[in-house]
Design a binder for this molecule. Structure first.
Ligand code: NDP
Length: 489
């Protein structure tokens, strides 16, 4: 297990010699200590990325793509080890790490490996006599800050487009969950990426993250995390006006209309909130039910949620593991009291499970609370297995509820009415809308939000645009330009 910084193709200790404890969220025990990057390590990593940039950006794009494809193959070859590391470090149930996190990580690198030599520019129809063409150029050294909820997958979402487009990278994983990303660093070396193209520097946000966001040699910072830290990143980035891409919080409305297939919607709504213990920015954390079907829906939904198997993430039968840190578990639990203080009704959970085998881990029971649209539990991101139920009487009210938070990331609709489905999808203030489904992601499909959910898009060609600068080049082919300054002779 790698526990050092990956700088310029080498695993090295932090200059300060400081380390951070990495804990197993299933029992609170120490897994390992990792090197803690600080400002001087970030300087070294940025220097390495800067030195690697000219050769990497000028390398034939197909060769860059080939390295990304090789990395995807290596990830598949190391599926079991990566899945185990991810589950050990984050608490993801191993069945999900095996069938979702690792395959999706490989798929993302493969997609961007394929795109690398297909990043085309354009020719603009301008006035006669001129050729105007636009090329897309890499930005340079890119800083990337990855959170603890999907460390492996988010590493690929960030590295894939940045590298395909010819940038070099300094990536900071969360200090809570760095292990799978350090394994990716090892595979990057094995695949044959030139030294310095990718540098991985786990460390605290306030020190390592802040230094990266402020660094004058970093041309772009891509961040996934909370809205408040995202706002801090914008401030830190202002010194050199670096580009900023933010993927922040969400409060996804998952709306079930009267005509929905109820059994499919019950199952989909449970996945929308309880997958990864609800620690997902796109989670369907507001379940918005038509009043005529709400009671029947809730009866089935509560029954299903109560039957979800909580347990050791390493057990293939486990469907929900612990939350990723103790501090976060406590934050999630505090929302039960917040809901009650505002008149909310707890329909299920709201506490730690009674099972004595789970007492040392950071577990929370699946929690269902009924509340009103402007209550705190219906407005703030809880980021746990905690869903807020809201009722509506007609389509107008459903839309009003869907759009009444500051966020705009994921959303879902369950209906058999094709007109209503498409019309709602257009009117919902969200970067993504799933119809009769929830939480689908694909490396080709843009992912990102609006409002306080941030800006910029990960994945798809949109991501390539976010990791390149458009340069417009004008050529005078045979234009006769009258002199701009007429003189007498
Ligand atoms: P943060 O936004 O504080 O952390 C996310 C990442 O940013 C971590 O890698 C963190 O490092 C880093 N970071 C923290 N402070 C700075 C800084 N000043 N400069 C640069 N990087 C920094 O979120 P939290 O982990 O505190 O979680 C709080 C809430 O944020 C959650 O409850 C959830 O609502 C939301 N969140 C949303 C995510 C999403 O997917 N959109 C992901 C994670 C959280 P470090 O680990 O050291 O703090």
């Amino acid at each position: 297990m790698n526990n050092q910084l990956f700088i310029n193709g080498q695993f090295v200790p932090a200059k300060s010699g400081n380390t951070i404890d990495v804990l197993n969220p299933a029992n609170g025990e120490l897994i390992t200590k990792i090197a803690a990057a600080e400002a001087e390590d970030i300087d070294l990593a940025v220097e390495a990325a800067k030195n690697a940039f000219p050769a990497w950006s000028e390398m034939p794009a197909a060769e860059r793509g080939h390295l990304l494809l090789k990395l995807a193959d290596l990830i598949e070859e190391n599926l079991e080890e990566l899945a185990q590391l991810e589950s050990l470090d984050t608490g993801h149930p191993i069945r999900d790490s095996r069938r979702l996190d690792v395959p999706r990580t490989a798929a993302c690198f493969r997609y961007f490996g394929g795109i690398a030599d297909k990043i085309e520019g354009s020719v603009i129809p301008v006035e006669q006599g001129f050729l105007n063409y636009v090329v897309r150029e890499p930005i340079g050294v890119v800083g990337q800050i990855v959170p603890w909820n999907f460390p492996l997958m988010f590493t690929s979402w960030k590295l894939g487009p940045a590298l395909a487009a010819g940038n070099t990278v300094v990536l900071k994983p969360s200090e809570i969950t760095p292990l799978s990303t350090l394994k990716i660093a090892e595979l990057i070396k094995k695949a044959g990426f030139p030294d310095g193209v990718v540098n991985v520097v786990p460390g605290y946000g306030q020190t390592a993250g802040q230094s990266l966001a402020e660094h004058p040699e970093v041309g772009k910072i891509a961040f996934t995390g909370s809205t408040r830290t995202g706002q801090g990143i914008i401030n830190a980035s202002s010194s050199n006006l670096k580009r900023v891409q933010l993927e922040l919080g969400g409060k996804g409305a998952n709306i079930v209309f009267e005509d929905a297939n109820i059994d499919a919607a019950v199952n989909g709504a449970a996945w929308a909130i309880f997958h990864n213990q609800g620690q997902a920015c796109i989670a369907g954390s507001r379940l918005v039910l038509h009043e005529n079907i709400a009671d029947a829906f809730l009866e089935k939904f509560i029954k299903l949620a109560a039957s979800i198997r909580l347990g050791d993430p390493m057990d293939p039968n486990t469907e929900m593991g612990p939350l990723t840190s103790e501090a976060h578990r406590n934050k999630v639990l505090s929302y039960t009291q917040i809901a009650k203080e505002q008149g909310g009704k707890v329909l299920l959970g709201g506490e730690v499970p009674a099972d004595p085998a789970l007492q040392n881990g950071f577990y929370v029971m699946p929690t269902i609370v009924e509340a009103q649209p402007f209550d705190r539990v219906a407005q703030e991101e809880v980021f746990g297995p905690f869903v807020t139920v809201l009722r509506f009487k007609d389509d107008a009210e459903a839309l009003e509820i869907a759009n009444c938070t500051e966020y705009g990331l994921g959303s879902g609709l369950w209906t058999q009415n094709i007109h209503r489905a498409h019309s709602f999808a257009r009117k919902i203030k969200a970067g993504m809308c799933w119809i009769n489904s929830y939480k689908r992601v694909n490396p080709g499909s843009p992912f990102g939000g609006m409002g306080k959910s941030g800006y910029g898009r990960e994945m798809g060609f949109e991501a390539i645009h976010d990791y390149t600068e458009a340069k417009s080049i004008w050529v005078n082919v045979d234009a006769k330009i009258p002199p701009h300054f007429q003189r007498g002779e």
